[in-house]
Design a protein around this ligand. Structure first.
Ligand code: CO
Length: 154
């Protein structure tokens, strides 16, 4: 495990992705690839999270670059469906990439930050994820991502 210069038990390596809530994943992919020219790298359904999601990035960007995640609810009961009902489509979360999500979660808890899950859950491409409560993060829903081995162009 890497230790940061500040002596924290974890290190943020990058802004992994920005999450945008959309009501219709196919329509949002068509818009972002067609109008913005982004490249579709990956899509999958995460039943546990109640979402269908897609990862996009500028064409020719490196697999380590910050990506755009489009997330659409699978049903009307998911937290994301409630977000869409409350706030409408738009920016939904900011995801930091960490080398060790268990260390990051423990360190944040020690700092008084509440996490949504007791332990990390499965995210896109075999990653492990957790979320920090927006009320403890300046109003931003922050996702922690420990990258899986499948990151990059699928
Ligand atoms: Co995300």
């Amino acid at each position: 495990m890497t230790t940061s210069a500040r002596g924290l038990g974890f290190l943020i390596e990058a802004i992994d992705h920005i999450g945008v809530a959309v009501p219709d994943l196919d329509a949002a992919i068509t818009f972002h690839t067609g109008v913005l020219g982004l490249e579709l790298l990956h899509r999958e359904v995460n039943v546990e999270q109640g979402v269908a999601e897609a990862m996009l990035a500028p064409a020719d960007s490196s697999s380590a670059s910050t990506q755009l995640q489009l997330v659409a609810p699978l049903d009307d009961d998911s937290p994301l469906a409630r977000f869409l009902g409350r706030s409408g489509p738009g920016l939904q979360h900011l995801a930091y990439r960490v080398g060790d999500i268990d260390a990051a979660a423990a360190e944040l808890r020690r700092s008084g930050v509440r996490l949504l899950y007791d332990s990390a859950r499965s995210g896109t491409r075999g990653s492990r994820i957790n979320f920090a409560h927006p009320k403890d993060m300046g109003g931003v829903l922050v996702e922690l991502v420990e990258a899986g081995k499948q990151r990059g162009v699928a």
